[in-house]
Design a protein around this ligand. Structure first.
Ligand SMILES: Cc1cc2nc3c(=O)[nH]c(=O)nc-3n(C[C@H](O)[C@H](O)[C@H](O)COP(=O)(O)O)c2cc1C
Ligand code: SF4
Length: 518
């Protein structure tokens, strides 16, 4: 019987040497004349164990990791093909505590299936949502998505169903579905993981969005730094087209939907929806003033749904299992699951999909295992470069849009970056201002000029020049940016700056040694 060996081919595993491992495994198979099929899967998201190699045995999967090329020969000597014991044995991957504690709805197949096998996708529950959707009236699909409580996972948390309803209700000779795969937030990789590990789920979600709103064409706006995701998505679109999942008759229905992958040129602000549309139209990524909303006048002036990858990839399970099933997970107005990305100085960095409601402390300390450096956790930045820094005293905050907002923070795209006690929060605040200055599209003054003045002010503070005056100035500047900026790049930069200042004031005061030296 042919044995299947799974070796991940997602960017994270490749960065950790998965290609060399695959080559070494191929060689051993040839030398030992074994009947083995290699499947290049996605990652399960346990990055400290990547490259994690799995073998399908009659008793289920057996995992090994982290595997390097030099381990391969000894793995085969230990009986890898039948799940033999080895110092790198991890046993049944499903029983690794980091996975046991998760609720995998959106990521149910990621790391398990062959990302480019539509048969495998179907065998693991794929396409059921779309099969249901093609039989429904568009308004009923929209109602089901609304009822599920799904909110945009790109950052703003806007209800997905309401956005779709606006597009459905807006007349247009053409409508578009645009998937925001710019994933620029620090410490985030869930979009990339799903596109590389289960691309059909995104295609299915976009096709459902098209049928629900009357859009016949979709674009994935993919960041240029994701070449492996581009390869996987392009290949998957081709396969889906050939199989009739995309095309003039989606799954044999009267609905038409097709899509293309477009690669951006590398600008954080092009993740902002209107700037993304400009870029997709071939122009410079300048933010557009709203109104008009993209739902009314979006891509090429037509009604357009813009959703994050995870928002769209979460739709198939909702259309398969029903709104209530999805809604039963979560807390308050944050329904369903959220793929939390644990990054930075974390012992167990990776993707953790769970229902909303875990506290930040549970995520950082229990699940993430504290810092990789072994030093105490000082701060956690949640929600990307525009997210607030939370100190330990806020670790009881539940992962919930409203709970984070109540503490002047945001969940954003659910990336969390952990810092140990060596972090200098004044430097982090300066970094936030500098990031804004570099990435600003330049359309409005508070952001374009404010961020540069912010860097200068924080530099003066670092040099101990009239510190109280600088703190007052930077606070005032943050207020102007927060309330006067056209988009959230300028408008949210005050969050990391002010949270660093408010929660870690000691880092913003001149040290006694510095004062003595003056
Ligand atoms: C500066 C900036 C960068 C953004 N980057 C992204 C991004 O990389 N991916 C994303 O999905 N949303 C990003 N957003 C949010 C989008 O503007 C938009 O809200 C989102 O794509 C809507 O999709 P959703 O409702 O599914 O979240 C960004 C917003 C701003 C202001
Ligand atoms: S806040 Fe910054 S990025 Fe946003 S529109 Fe204004 S200048 Fe452009």
């Amino acid at each position: 019987m042919t044995v299947s060996i799974y070796i991940p081919r997602d960017s994270g595993s490749l960065a950790l040497g998965a290609e060399k491992v695959a080559k070494a495994i191929e060689q051993e198979i040839a030398v030992r004349a074994l009947d083995v099929k290699i499947v290049r899967n996605g990652s399960r998201g346990l990055y400290w164990l990547e490259p994690m190699v799995e073998v399908e045995t009659p008793a289920g999967r057996v995992a090994y990791g982290p595997v390097s090329a030099k381990d391969v020969s000894s793995l085969f000597d230990a009986g890898l093909v039948s799940g033999g014991q080895h110092p790198l044995s991890l046993g049944d991957p499903e029983r690794i505590p980091f996975l046991v504690r998760q609720t995998r709805l959106t990521f149910a197949r990621c790391g398990i299936t062959d990302p480019l096998s539509l048969d495998d996708y179907r065998a693991h529950g794929g396409l059921k949502g779309l099969e249901n959707a093609v039989k429904m009236a568009p308004a009923d699909i929209v109602a089901q998505v609304t009822e599920s409580g799904l909110r945009g996972r790109g950052g703003a948390g806007f209800p997905t169903g309401i956005k779709w309803k606006t597009v459905l209700d807006t007349a247009g000779d053409r409508k578009y579905i645009v998937c925001n795969a710019d994933e620029g937030d620090s410490g985030t990789f869930s979009d990339r993981m799903i596109m590389e590990g289960d691309p059909f789920v995104l295609i299915e979600g976009m096709a459902i969005a098209g049928i629900a709103t009357g859009a016949t064409k979709g674009f994935v706006y993919l960041r240029s730094e994701y070449p492996h995701a581009a390869t996987a998505m392009n290949a998957a679109v081709e396969i889906a087209r050939k199989a009739g999942v995309l095309g003039v008759n989606v799954l044999g229905s009267p609905h038409a939907f097709d899509m293309e992958i477009r690669v951006g040129a590398g600008a954080y602000v092009c993740g902002e929806e209107t700037s993304l549309l400009e870029s997709l139209e071939g122009k410079r990524g300048l933010v557009r003033a709203k109104p008009p909303l993209p739902a009314h006048k979006g891509l090429f002036g037509k009604p357009t749904v813009i959703n994050n990858v995870i928002s769209l990839a979460s739709v198939p399970i909702i259309m398969d299992r029903g709104a209530q099933f999805y809604k039963d997970f979560g807390m308050g107005r944050s329904r369903g699951t959220i793929p939390i990305q644990i990054a930075g100085n974390s012992k167990y960095g990776g993707l953790f999909e769970a229902a909303f409601g875990l506290t930040l402390g549970e995520i950082v300390d229990d699940i993430g295992g504290g810092t990789k450096s072994g030093r105490p956790v000082k701060a956690v930045q949640v929600g990307g470069p525009l997210g607030a820094y939370f100190p330990r005293s806020l670790f009881d905050t539940p992962f919930d849009y409203e709970a984070f907002a109540a503490k002047d923070g945001l969940i954003g795209h659910a990336g969390i970056v952990v810092f140990d006690d060596t972090a200098d929060m004044l430097k982090q605040a300066r970094f936030a201002m500098e990031f804004c200055a570099i990435e600003s599209c330049g359309k409005c003054t508070p952001c374009r000029l404010g961020s540069t003045r912010g860097v200068e002010t924080l530099d003066k503070l670092a040099r101990n020049i009239e510190p109280e005056k600088q703190i007052e100035l930077v606070t005032d500047l943050c207020n102007t940016m927060k309330f006067g900026s056209l988009c959230a790049l300028g408008g949210f930069t005050p969050y990391p700056v002010m949270s660093a200042l408010n929660h870690f004031p000691e880092d913003f005061r001149p040290s006694p040694i510095a004062e003595a030296a003056e």
